[in-house]
Design a protein around this ligand. Structure first.
Ligand SMILES: [Zn+2]
Length: 121
């Protein structure tokens, strides 16, 4: 029963869900062990660092949902590649540099009023 209530985050595991000030925060972490360099397509599992991406997601019962996604930066292991490090992409969730999930972006413009979605851009 619990799993059907959780958001669908393909390739990610949900580490924590909190509710504070009417905002639901979901902490998620990638389950993949490697990523492809966007410049040369070399697969790498050598982690350079980690950081968090904050993404607005579809609301749950009128409550704002914020995803905190742990993203890794990898070293490109191809010596001839001009890119030394790269951040793992999360194409199933969000575009690069996006502040909201793809599914939130795809909500028709007339829908936010009905579901109390706050758009940032
Ligand atoms: Zn590369």
């Amino acid at each position: 029963m619990t799993q059907t209530l959780l958001p669908d985050l393909p390739g990610f595991s949900i580490e924590q869900i909190t509710l504070s000030g009417g905002v639901i925060t979901v902490l998620a972490q990638s389950r993949t062990v490697s990523a492809s360099c966007p410049t040369c397509a070399q697969l790498s599992s050598r982690i350079h660092s980690r950081y968090q991406r904050k993404l607005a997601d579809l609301p749950w019962s009128g409550r704002t949902v914020r995803l905190l996604v742990q993203v890794r930066r990898f070293f490109c292991e191809r010596l001839t590649c001009p890119r030394k490090t790269f951040a793992e992409a999360i194409p199933a969730l969000a575009e690069r540099y996006a502040r909201r999930t793809i599914r939130l972006k795809e909500v028709p413009a007339s829908t936010p009023r009905c579901f109390n979605i706050r758009r940032r851009d």
